[in-house]
Structures are given as structure tokens and as C-alpha cells.
Design a protein around this ligand. Structure first.
Ligand code: ADQ
Length: 531
């Protein structure tokens, strides 16, 4: 393997004397700074090291994950049962961890064929091709789903925590459904855990009341909760009519986790303002009625090695060729955006930035394409329906403004894509635009980096994503400014290849090292310390 075919290049070992400690090996690699990065690679967490660690950490404890969304969903297609994997950052990130860990995942059974494949307690072994853990489905009525999920979680908490200038809707009936569903899940988990020793790992903002309920029902369980979205400033959170109940519920946790420190600090400030609790800034803990909740940050990530491997496959190469023809892509100036169609992702802002870029740089007209993949989500919420209309209208307007012959600048893809398609697009693109107005982390940014084997891509990244704290070699922009993003697009297209490669190389080292297994392993290590 030469330095071109191997991302690391060829390594040369060198013995270095280290005082009393004896000798250590320092590896010298062709790329600047890569002796450190090669070491990082050797030390990187993998599924196997995580599995070993899990066995040590969990010993005879049951590991339980709770989330709204299930990692596998069964539906009917052509009268046959088919299994799908939903497009959700959270389930995509946690599934490889659960495959390594085993245990139990409790989630809402949302697929019409879900009941067909489960036992009488709602359980099924997954993934079907190689069962590794148990998925327990909880059944909800339409009213419960409407109130708890669409109403309170996505109509109230999502806009409240993202602070993206959408007014949260607080309906009493939604709150009642939320309480009811949190209770149902507490019961479902308790049914399996009882008074066994267990680690229960709750996911997200659908479960503000669940931690306390679980602590009461499962006395020997340690409870941790990952809040995957931002936590806002206390002044913002203050408008929530049920803020006290939510905070008390969340302080049932032994550990409460965010992606970045800033969100944890906001949470501590909120508790200080709203409750008579003691916050300890030294140890980052909150003591409420004698119980301590540790506040920690763990930036979530992706399965770097798996993405890299799949992105290098023949199927992906074939798909790249196919897309080039199908979308009539130019040889070089191709951009990509991949999102759930959500107003926090800044899709209209991004489209306006492309408009501005073409206004400022008309020389690219006819020799540029931006593929925007925006899969509709939460369409039962009014705001999301409006957003889909806005996206379609903007694309139509911009394409109309610049079209010449059969050429148009924006290629819309409004459907869920498989991994082969996604990775083909990531690899085709000279640049990727991640322009969230606010985002807990944003996994698309990290996927783009992991799939970028050739190190020929530039990541343009919003400063309001959690990812921007780690991926500092991206071109960081304020997505509210169309001019700033337009300028970054221009820079991405004109940057010399050496610099593109150096930046992407560094980004790849970061995501490789801070991968999803490291995320899980760091959390497990902290859980273990809870006793
Ligand atoms: P999301 O906002 O859902 O989750 P995000 O981090 O943006 O998550 O990831 C979205 C995932 O869905 C990515 O894996 C992406 O590849 C996939 N996806 C998007 N569109 C797709 C399409 N059209 N077809 C196929 N797959 C698609 C929340 C928070 C984030 C946080 C995650 C994880 O809002 O800030 O990063 O949880 O904690």
C-alpha cells in the first residue's frame, strides 16, 4: 500500500528514549502532524473494544435503552412484511452500540406490521439477520401519539429548546398525554427490570418525567438520560407552563447528559432559577431533595469505520456514476445537503445562500449543482407542512431564475435514501452544506467526513451546531447570513486542493477517534462510577 492508496500513508517506527519509563515507539508518517493521528487510530475505540468494556462494566446488570423511535420498524409492502430503519440520528447512532452491548431497547411500536412479529409482551429480537438484542415495543393509541409526540414533544419542547424563532404551542391536553405516555413507558420498563440491577439509558426530550418514575419503580437501577437537543437559556425555558414538573422529573436521573457543556450549563442555570436545589459547579452536580444528578457532556458521533468501509464499496462507486448521469452533475462543482425537512436545519437559509452565491458569481451558472435531500418528517405538525411548501417554492423560484436550457442549479430529492445512495452523494460532492439554525450535534456533518475517503470535500458548517465545537477545520458560518454562507461556498470551490486535503484529513482524524464507540464507552465508564 502506498501513501496514496492508504489514508495514513506508510508508517516508519522510531525508538525514542523516555527517561525511567524506558522506550516508546514514535511513528513518523508522511502527512504533517500524523504521528499523533496514527497513535489516535491505534487507540480508537471499536465495536470489539466496546464489547469487552461492556462485559467488564455491566457484569450482571441489564442494559436498557428507552427512546420514542424504534431502531427497526415493520411495515406491509405488497402484502408482505418488510423491515425498515428509520432516518433518525439517534437510532442510527445507538443501534451499533446496542449490537455490541446486547440488552433491551424499549420504544414506541409505530409500524403497522409491528404487532405481527412480536411476542405477547411486545418483544422481538433484532436485527433480524443476526439477532443481538431485544426490542420491546410499547403500543400507543392515536390520541396518545398525537398529544405526547406531535403535540408536546414536537410542538412545544422542540421549538422551545432550539430557539429557532418558532413559537412553542403549549396545550393542556398534550401535557396530559405526555404524562400518561411517560407513565406507560415506566410501567413497560419496570415490567422487565423489576428489582434487578440495571443501567437504564433514556433518550431525549420525550421523557422529561420518566427518570423520576423509574427511580421510584426500579430501586436497584441507575438511570441516565441523554438530552439530544440543546437546552435553552433559563429565560427561554421559563415560558414552559410545566417547567417545575419537568425539572423535578429530570432530577430523578443519576446522570443527565448533553452533547456540549454549554447546554449542561444552561440546565444548571435553569434549575438554580426555578427550584430550591443545590448546584455544585465544581463537580457539575445538582443535589435536589438529597439526590444527586451529575451533569455531563458527551458529543455523539458516527460509526466511522463502518461508513468508511461502505463508502469505499463498489455499489457506492456504481451509484456515483448513476447519480452523475441522472442528475446531470458537472464534473467538479457539486454540493450536497442532507436533512430531515425540519425548520431547525436551516434549509431555506441554505437555498437563499445558493441564490446569493449565483448572484455574486454568475460565472458558475451552468457549471454548478446542489443536491438537496430533504426527507419530509413530522408532517402532522402545521409548522412542518409550511416548511415543506417553503422549500418547494424556493427551489422552484431559484431554479426558474437561473435555468438555462435544461440546466438548473438545485436538484431536489424529497425521499428517504439508503446508505449506498447517501454515501455516493457525500463522495460526489466537492462541498457539503450543514446550515442548522440550532442543532444539538448534527450527524450529517460527521457522516460526510467519514465518507470522504478521497479527502476532496469541504464541510461548510453552522456555528450553531454541536459539531462545530469539534470540527473546527470546517468552514464555519453563521447560517442566518446568506452572504457569509455564499462566500463559504465560493471558498470551498476555489480552495486549493492541498488545503482541502489537509483540512479534511484533520477532520477525519477527529471523527475517527471520537467515534460512536468512544461516545458509548465514555458514557459507560461514567455510569460505572455511579455504583
Ligand atoms: P436529528 O435532527 O434527527 O437528531 P441529525 O444529527 O441531523 O439528527 O442526523 C440525521 C440522520 O438522518 C443522519 O444519520 C442522516 O444521514 C439521516 N438522514 C437524514 N435525511 C435522510 C434521508 N433523506 N435519507 C436517509 N437518511 C437521512 C437529533 C438532534 C441532532 C443530533 C442527533 C443525535 O437534533 O442534533 O445529532 O439527534 O443525537
Amino acid at each position: 500500500m502506498d501513501s496514496k492508496s492508504s489514508p495514513a500513508g506508510r508508517a516508519r517506527g522510531e525508538l525514542v528514549r523516555r527517561g525511567q519509563a524506558g522506550y516508546t515507539i514514535r511513528l513518523r508518517l508522511p502527512h504533517a502532524g500524523s504521528s499523533v493521528s496514527f497513535f489516535n487510530r491505534l487507540m480508537a475505540q471499536t465495536r470489539d473494544t466496546l464489547r469487552e468494556q461492556v462485559q467488564r462494566t455491566l457484569r450482571n446488570r441489564l442494559f436498557v435503552v428507552v427512546s420514542n423511535r424504534e431502531p427497526y420498524i415493520h411495515i406491509y409492502r405488497d402484502r408482505k412484511i418488510q423491515m425498515l430503519r428509520p432516518a433518525s440520528g439517534l437510532t442510527i447512532a445507538l443501534d451499533p452500540v446496542m449490537r455490541a452491548v446486547g440488552g433491551l431497547w424499549v420504544a414506541h411500536g409505530a409500524g403497522e406490521a409491528d404487532p405481527e412479529v412480536t411476542d405477547d409482551r411486545g418483544r422481538v429480537q433484532v436485527p433480524p439477520e443476526k439477532p443481538a438484542y431485544t426490542l420491546k415495543r410499547v403500543w400507543l393509541t392515536k390520541e396518545q401519539e398525537e398529544g405526547y409526540y406531535y403535540g408536546l414533544a414536537n410542538g412545544a419542547f422542540w421549538p422551545l429548546c432550539h430557539n429557532a424563532f418558532r413559537r412553542p404551542v403549549f396545550r393542556q391536553s398534550d401535557w396530559e398525554r405526555y404524562r400518561e405516555v411517560n407513565g406507560l413507558f415506566a410501567q413497560a420498563v419496570a415490567e422487565e427490570v423489576g428489582d434487578q440491577k440495571a443501567f437504564i439509558f433514556i433518550q431525549d426530550y420525550h421523557w422529561g418525567l420518566l427518570p423520576r418514575m423509574l427511580k421510584e419503580r426500579c430501586p436497584r437501577a441507575k438511570v441516565a438520560h441523554f438530552w439530544h437537543i440543546p437546552w435553552p437559556h433559563p429565560e427561554v425555558f421559563r415560558i414552559c407552563p410545566w417547567r417545575i414538573d419537568i425539572l423535578k422529573g429530570m432530577l430523578g436521573n443519576d446522570m443527565l447528559c448533553f452533547h456540549i457543556r454549554h447546554h449542561g450549563l444552561n440546565f444548571m442555570d435553569t434549575v438554580e432559577r426555578e427550584l430550591e436545589a443545590r448546584t455544585d459547579r465544581e463537580t457539575n452536580a445538582i443535589i435536589y431533595r438529597g439526590h444527586a444528578t451529575k451533569i455531563r457532556n458527551f458529543p455523539i458521533s458516527v460509526d466511522f469505520e463502518a461508513i468508511q468501509e461502505e463508502a469505499a464499496s463498489r455499489e457506492v462507486a456504481r451509484k456515483m456514476k448513476e447519480f452523475r448521469q441522472q442528475f446531470r452533475l458537472p464534473p467538479r462543482n457539486v454540493g450536497v445537503g442532507v436533512d430531515r425537512a425540519d425548520y431547525t436545519k436551516g434549509i431555506p437559509d441554505r437555498l437563499r445562500a445558493i441564490d446569493r452565491f449565483l448572484e455574486l458569481h454568475p460565472e458558475y451558472i451552468g457549471d454548478f449543482a446542489f443536491v438537496q435531500v430533504a426527507v419530509p418528517s413530522r408532517v402532522r405538525v402545521e409548522e412542518y407542512r409550511k416548511l415543506n411548501e417553503e422549500i418547494d417554492t424556493l427551489i422552484e423560484e431559484i431554479n426558474w431564475k437561473y435555468r438555462s436550457g435544461s440546466w438548473k442549479p438545485i436538484v431536489p430529492v424529497r425521499e428517504h435514501l439508503g446508505r449506498t445512495e447517501l454515501f455516493a452523494l457525500y463522495r460526489l460532492a466537492r462541498f457539503s452544506l450543514v446550515t442548522s439554525l440550532q442543532d444539538g450535534m448534527n450527524l450529517v456533518a460527521k457522516e460526510f467526513v467519514a465518507a470522504n475517503l478521497d479527502e476532496k470535500g469541504v464541510l461548510v458548517l453552522s456555528e450553531f451546531t454541536g459539531a462545530a465545537r469539534e470540527l473546527t477545520q470546517a468552514l464555519i458560518v453563521n447560517p442566518y447570513s446568506a452572504d457569509q454562507t455564499a462566500e463559504a461556498i465560493h471558498r470551498a470551490l476555489t480552495m486549493d486542493d492541498k488545503q482541502v486535503r489537509a483540512r479534511m484529513h484533520r477532520l477525519r482524524e477527529i471523527v475517527r477517534e471520537r467515534n460512536i464507540y468512544k461516545w458509548a464507552s465514555d458514557i459507560l465508564r461514567k455510569l460505572r462510577r455511579l455504583g
